[in-house]
Design a protein around this ligand. Structure first.
Ligand code: XMP
Length: 507
């Protein structure tokens, strides 16, 4: 496997994903927390960083156990770090270099550059540049503005590149990574979804033995794939709980429950709609609503998990991005792992041992594993949906009637996206019920009814997002359908705000 040392670059996760797309397993570790046992890693990649190597507080880890001992590829800051500490010279560039550039020189007969073309586009993002290579440096490639765009150190398997092979804009980027990992480091490309399924299922069997596992299904991709892996490993010992909080999409509870049962899962559907609605009654503050929904969910889940006798494990659909120890933006040693449990006063089910079968996977890998487990495309391609559901899409207080209205509106919108081949082009979509009445006219009658906002966004991880330019004809048709079919709504607007500064959900 490959070790990726993170110096805090925004692209570090992309490096890991590119490597894995080559079917080679990789792990990210913060530069200031090197694994004690390096023997498991056959190659090391150094990431970029927002720092200048010349800054006193920049990451300067000791690479004595790595450099010259294992194949090493240093990217951007990593390459500058190599140069700086091996007798080269790094200085500020005359101009900051961001964006595309083309290779204007590529040295012949270098295994590292096999099939990398002259004029190949590469992506730059740096403000320092390597003015002079270390004395054992061999220049491998240049761009018009950057002479030392790629180099190696003579006598060792050490490579440095100023540009970013991990971003898609670097057209031969994957080829370069493959050259390094396969040709130079000799890694095998055997980390496939099937191999992952086989080893994970074997490990889960071993880990869990004859004990019982509880898992909360949400209808989303992660919990569903986690459930299928566990099901494959331990069958009926897996007890799934699927809670209807009354804030799901129209018919979602029954449809998804049926789908789960069709997949052979041992799943109990718990309709707690009334309990949630009762607890939310009269509350219109967004944060309080979220807290109420969270609390009631825990209560319901706790009650239900007690029904499963002698359960000892709680399974969660946590994925790799939730677990990567990140180098904080300030570069400090504050490696943080996201924690979603508050300590003290844990509900009983949280006292169970935790098993997280997807903890090594990125989202796209979860989908590929699901596909190889023969799961339905409707489950694997489902848009993200927030835990508090429609509760944070109904602005103001929540009533059964408002939920019904929003479910109808949302269903027309989502069905429309599907029918017009737009669903898979959108990362997430939904409707918001606004606490606004406006005047309309239907037939000869004056109306004074609700307004809904439609939202459809493009995103990769939900951290940033942009609104989708849906065709006007589509919006026109959906708007017409909503106003004609959903009683209580006489106005539809489309949300054209990006995140930031807006968020995806309205609450
Ligand atoms: P925002 O509104 O913060 O949403 O831009 C970003 C993404 O997170 C989802 N979201 C949630 N998901 N529980 C969840 O499971 C929540 O409380 C929650 N709040 C927002 C939102 O749907 C979007 O995909």
């Amino acid at each position: 496997k490959v070790l990726i040392l993170d110096f805090g670059s925004q692209y570090t996760q992309l490096i890991a994903r590119r490597v894995r797309e080559l079917n080679i397993y990789s792990e990210i570790k913060p530069y200031n927390n090197l694994p004690e046992d390096l023997s498991a890693f056959q190659a090391v990649i150094l990431s970029g960083s927002p720092y200048s190597v010349r800054a006193a507080d920049a990451p300067h880890p000791n690479l004595a156990d790595i450099k010259g001992k294992k194949p090493l590829l240093a990217i951007c800051y990593g390459a500058q770090y190599l140069a700086h500490f091996n007798g080269g010279n790094v200085a500020p560039s005359a101009t900051r270099e961001y964006g595309r550039a083309n290779l204007s020189m590529v040295r012949d007969n270098e295994p590292f550059l096999a099939n990398v073309h002259l004029n190949s586009q590469v992506w730059m993002s740096h403000s320092d540049t390597i003015k002079q290579l270390p004395s054992n440096g061999v220049l491998l490639a240049s761009t018009t503005d950057v002479e030392n765009a790629a180099f190696r150190l003579e006598g060792e398997d050490t490579y440095g590149i100023q540009f970013h092979p991990e971003v898609y804009h670097s057209t031969d980027g994957s080829q370069l990574l493959e050259n390094f990992l396969v040709n130079i480091a000799g890694l095998k490309q055997d980390w496939t979804p099937d191999a992952f399924i086989e080893t994970t299922v074997a490990e889960l069997k071993q880990q869990i033995g004859k004990e019982k596992v509880i898992l909360g299904l949400s209808g989303g991709v992660d919990s569903s794939v986690a459930a299928m892996l566990l099901h494959k490993a331990i069958g009926e010992q897996l007890h799934c709980i699927f809670v209807n909080n009354g804030l799901l999409r129209k018919n979602e509870f029954s449809q998804v429950l049926e789908q789960y049962q069709g997949m052979g899962l041992n799943v109990k559907g718990v309709d707690a709609s009334a309990r949630f609605l009762e607890a939310l009654k009269g509350e219109s503050d967004p944060e309080t609503k979220r807290k109420i929904i969270g609390r009631v969910f825990i209560e319901v889940f706790d009650d239900e998990s007690h029904q499963v006798e002698n359960a000892t494990w709680l399974a969660q659909g946590t994925i790799y991005p939730d677990r990567i120890e990140s180098v904080s933006a300030s570069g400090g040693p504050s490696a943080v792992i996201k924690s979603h449990h508050n300590v003290g006063g844990l509900p009983d089910y949280m006292k169970l041992k935790i098993v997280e079968p997807l903890q090594l996977l990125f989202k796209d890998e979860v989908r590929r594993v699901g596909k190889n487990l023969d799961m339905a495309p409707e489950i694997l391609g489902r848009h993200p949906f927030p835990g508090p559901g429609l509760g944070i899409r109904i602005l103001g207080d929540i009533t059964a009637e408002k939920v019904r209205i929003l479910q109808e509106v949302d269903a027309i919108f989502i069905e429309g996206l599907k029918k017009n081949g737009l669903y898979d082009k959108v990362w997430q979509a939904g409707a918001m019920l606004l606490p606004v009445n406006s005047v309309g006219v239907m037939g000869d009658e004056r109306t004074y009814e609700k307004c809904v906002a439609l939202r459809a966004v493009e995103s990769t991880d939900g951290m940033t997002a942009d609104w989708v330019n849906l065709p006007y004809e589509f919006l026109q048709k959906v708007s017409n359908d909503i106003i004609n079919k959903v009683k209580g709504v006489n106005r539809v607007v489309y949300d054209i705000s990006s995140k930031p500064p807006a968020t995806i959900e309205w609450e």
